[in-house]
Design a protein around this ligand. Structure first.
Ligand SMILES: [Zn+2]
Length: 126
């Protein structure tokens, strides 16, 4: 029973921090947080998501690109222009890593001014 509770806690905690921190905060900036709360939330996201953790910086930019280019050739994760689900997932991973490693130029409107004060580490810094 303890294991089931542990797994369910990680599962739903990971979902919560994906939605709350990565999607609403990092990608859409629906709300603001103090630097202290941002760091606490980052650490909780890292703990709950474990090996599937995504950098808030990389996810935020990639998700903004997804919304801007939904179902076009420039969408970083759309099944419309990839041959298979695997190809789409591979492309998503590649674009995400390129953003995090600053290997591709990102248009300024995908890195809003408010991102310049974010202190969120990328995967390389974790
Ligand atoms: Zn969204």
């Amino acid at each position: 029973m303890t294991i089931i509770i542990f797994v369910l806690t990680l599962w739903y905690g990971g979902l919560f921090f994906q939605s709350f921190f990565l999607h609403r905060y990092a990608a859409h900036q629906v709300f603001t947080m103090s630097k202290k709360m941002e760091r606490i939330t980052f650490i909780l996201t890292w703990i709950f998501q474990g090996s599937s953790y995504l950098s808030a910086y990389g996810y935020g930019i990639m998700h903004r690109m997804h919304h801007a280019y939904t179902d076009t050739e420039n969408d970083p994760h759309s099944p419309s222009y990839d041959g298979s689900l695997f190809a789409m997932m591979w492309k998503t991973k590649t674009v995400y890593q390129q953003i995090n490693n600053q290997k591709i130029a990102v248009a300024p409107h995908f890195t809003p001014v408010s991102y310049t004060h974010l202190t969120l580490p990328t995967n390389r810094e974790v």
